[in-house]
Write a protein that binds this ligand. Structure first.
Ligand code: NDP
Length: 237
């Protein structure tokens, strides 16, 4: 029987590539999103992947949505936002918004599926962190803190899941060519971003998706608690 994978923020950007790659690998995929109905409808029409809307920063909404889905074998915690600003100007809303969506969501989404994975003695939890959670980024104290928290979550939970056949891993992308990054003017890309990346180009969403498909597979059963950098050599931890 095909395994079921849930991809949060699975309708756009990196998440859409992950949803598609998991579908191509034979999983039943449910892709979640927050509010962009138009992008979700377009993704659904093009991919035939099931899409559902709920807010990953709301525990009850996650528990309800996951209860409706039923058995989840692979959980990809991908949904994320930025609300950048220098710390001396950062508002409570910027701080809590980013922590709730990028870090508290990992508890909200993983806690409801954890017992089922333990009972079935199989599970894959894959969290999309960021290079900026590894190295810190000026103007992103909130985002860097949340993404570093994702890595701590993975390291601790991996140890708890290990005897139950559950692996828990993080992927830390560098600059990936999503809409957000593609909106940066070419001149800025050429002058200040590409020179920081030894391979000399942006990453593609599919390159992150292929890491996810591998980590989700039976072949990756010995990899747990890992933080996998996919950043073109920009930061070597
Ligand atoms: P996008 O902005 O392209 O897509 C974000 C997705 O997350 C959308 O589907 C969005 O839904 C969903 N989402 C946002 N907030 C919530 C919420 N509260 N509840 C449910 N879903 C939500 O993001 P990217 O593809 O660029 O990034 C994906 C992940 O990768 C993020 O965690 C990001 O931090 C991380 N990352 C990205 C990098 C990059 O270069 N792009 C680099 C390093 C890490 P909707 O469409 O409804 O808004």
């Amino acid at each position: 029987m095909a395994r079921t994978a849930v991809v949060t923020g699975g309708t756009r950007g990196i998440g859409a590539a992950i949803s598609q790659a998991l579908k191509d690998a034979g999983y039943n995929v449910v892709a979640s999103y927050a509010g962009n109905d138009e992008a979700a409808a377009k993704f659904k029409a093009e991919s035939s992947i099931e899409v559902r809307k709920w807010d990953v920063s709301d525990y009850d909404a996650c528990a309800r949505a996951l209860g409706d889905i039923g058995q989840v074998d692979v959980l990809v915690n991908n949904a994320g936002i930025t609300k950048d600003g220098m710390f001396h100007k950062m508002s409570k809303e910027q701080w809590y918004g980013v922590i709730n969506t990028n870090l508290n969501s990992l508890f909200n989404m993983t806690r409801p599926v954890w017992e089922g994975m333990r009972e079935r003695k199989f599970g894959r939890v894959i969290c999309i962190s960021s290079i900026n959670g590894q190295k810190g980024q000026m103007g992103q104290v909130n985002y860097s803190a949340a993404k570093a928290g994702d890595i701590g979550f993975v390291k601790a939970l991996a140890q708890e899941g290990a005897r139950s056949g559950i692996t828990v891993n993080a992927i830390c992308p560098g600059y990936i060519a999503t809409d957000m990054v593609k909106a940066i003017p070419q001149e800025v890309l050429n002058k200040s971003i590409l020179p920081q990346i030894p391979v000399g180009r942006l990453g593609e969403p599919e390159e992150i998706a292929r890491c996810v498909v591998f980590l989700a597979s039976d072949d990756a059963g010995f990899i747990t608690g890992a933080t996998i950098a996919a950043n073109g050599g920009q930061y070597v931890a």
